[in-house]
Design a protein around this ligand. Structure first.
Ligand code: HSE
Length: 399
């Protein structure tokens, strides 16, 4: 069977490498050889072994009847959507690592795939190399999924680990994450939490079998996290992690992406560096956790090639993934949290506004840290509204 790759960047070139390195075992597992025959990219890659395969027009792939399987690793919604749609309409199975595309157009592309009797797979779109999507859709399909808590962005987890352990500066660690091929083309999506938001929207959509719009999910990134926060975290024996949280709430879900202060007992506490992990609670299974490399060329390519092998093995079948375009209205009433606050107020002044359970001194002049009792988001916002401008230096939810 012949394969084409659209987008020969970090992930696309990784897919070519996996297909080449593991060519014999893939052939054995599929029952026939998977041969890369075309690569769509704007560049020519002159002098590179891939150069003879390069095409610049996606129609050269869409209209090539010898190509059965297509990989989309371009990123972004357009033109990826137009290209993927054309591939499906021309009877080609497609796998993508592109979470922006899947979060936005997943339901629509699945419907197109079904209409044309082919598959649209997207294992690599969440958790890099962790096979979390097939786990939720197949292995846990006898369970009602009650809760998903994930560290699903490798870039920010790498950055916060380095900042906590080595005291590195924000800009320096971001550059390292980019050099390692973890970050998005525009790393704002990583740092501001939008990448994690798209990933938890995809997972929640799959659980709901309906459309969860990432724009509806409250999101805070890590750009406001400072070395002072790590000093308090150390003092408290906690870790700062960007979490994507999705919990069943009646017929709906509460979903949030934000940095949290995790206790040592939390299953995600020890997930460091570029590693991702997804903690899933099923109503029969109880808790479970899936751990692995969350970003980078080969781990992500591993998940893409897993999809290729699956689609090659079941090439006569259409997608069976259920994800309707019907929109889920998210519930905003979350369960209450304790909060960690840094403030320039005195302890008495803070206690006047918040129910304080504990104070924390990290030895930083001109401020104190406190931990509140459990508060709903609405209670917290009402109390925070009474603070003088500039009095609140940081707020992190506890997990
Ligand atoms: N930029 C993403 C991350 C890549 O850092 O997790 C993997 O989706």
């Amino acid at each position: 069977m012949n394969v084409a790759i659209m987008g020969f960047g970090t992930i696309g070139s990784g897919v070519a490498e996996v297909l080449s390195t593991n060519s014999a075992l893939i052939e054995e597992r599929v029952g026939q050889k998977l041969t890369l025959t075309k690569v769509l990219d704007l560049r020519d890659f002159e002098g590179d072994p891939v150069a003879p395969l390069i095409v610049h027009d996606y129609k050269e792939i869409a209209q090539d009847d010898s190509i059965d399987l297509v990989v989309e690793t371009m990123g972004g919604v357009e033109p990826a959507f137009t290209f993927v749609k054309a591939m499906l309409e021309n009877g080609k199975h497609v796998t993508t690592s592109n979470k922006a595309l899947v979060a936005d157009k997943g339901a629509e592309l699945l419907a197109i795939a079904k209409e044309h009797g082919v598959q649209f797979q997207f294992e690599a779109s969440v958790g890099g190399g962790i096979p979390i999507i097939r786990t939720i859709l197949s292995c846990l399909t006898g369970d009602e999924i009650e809760e998903i808590v994930g560290i699903v962005n490798g870039t920010t987890n790498y950055m916060m680990t380095k900042m906590a352990e080595e005291g590195s500066g924000f800009d320096d660690v971001l550059k390292e994450a980019q050099a390692n091929g973890y970050a998005e083309a525009d790393p704002t999506a990583d740092i501001e939490g939008h990448d994690a938001t798209r990933k938890i929207a995809i997972l929640t959509s799959l659980v709901a079998q309906a459309q969860v719009d990432y724009e509806d999910i409250p999101v805070e990134g890590i750009s406001h996290i400072t070395s002072a926060d790590f000093a308090y975290a150390k003092k408290l024996g906690r870790a700062v992690k960007l979490l994507a949280v999705s919990r069943r709430a009646g017929d709906s879900f509460t979903v949030r992406v934000a940095p949290y202060l995790l206790s040592e007992e939390h299953p995600l506490f020890a997930v460091h560096g570029v590693m991702n992990a997804v903690y899933v609670v099923g109503n029969m299974l109880g808790p479970s956790m899936y751990y692995g490399s969350g970003a980078g060329s080969l781990p992500t390519a591993s998940a893409v090639v897993g999809d290729l092998v699956h689609m090659a093995r079941y090439h006569d079948e259409a997608s069976t993934i259920r994800w309707s375009k019907e929109k889920v209205a998210l519930e905003t009433q979350e369960r209450p949290y304790k909060n960690f606050l840094r403030t320039s107020l005195s302890e008495a002044e803070v206690r006047d506004i918040f129910p304080v359970a504990e104070t924390v001194d990290a030895g930083i002049a001109g401020e104190i840290g406190v931990i509140t009792d459990e508060m709903t988001e609405q209670e917290y916002q009402a109390a925070a509204g009474r603070l003088a401008d500039g009095a609140l230096l940081q707020r992190l939810r506890l997990a």
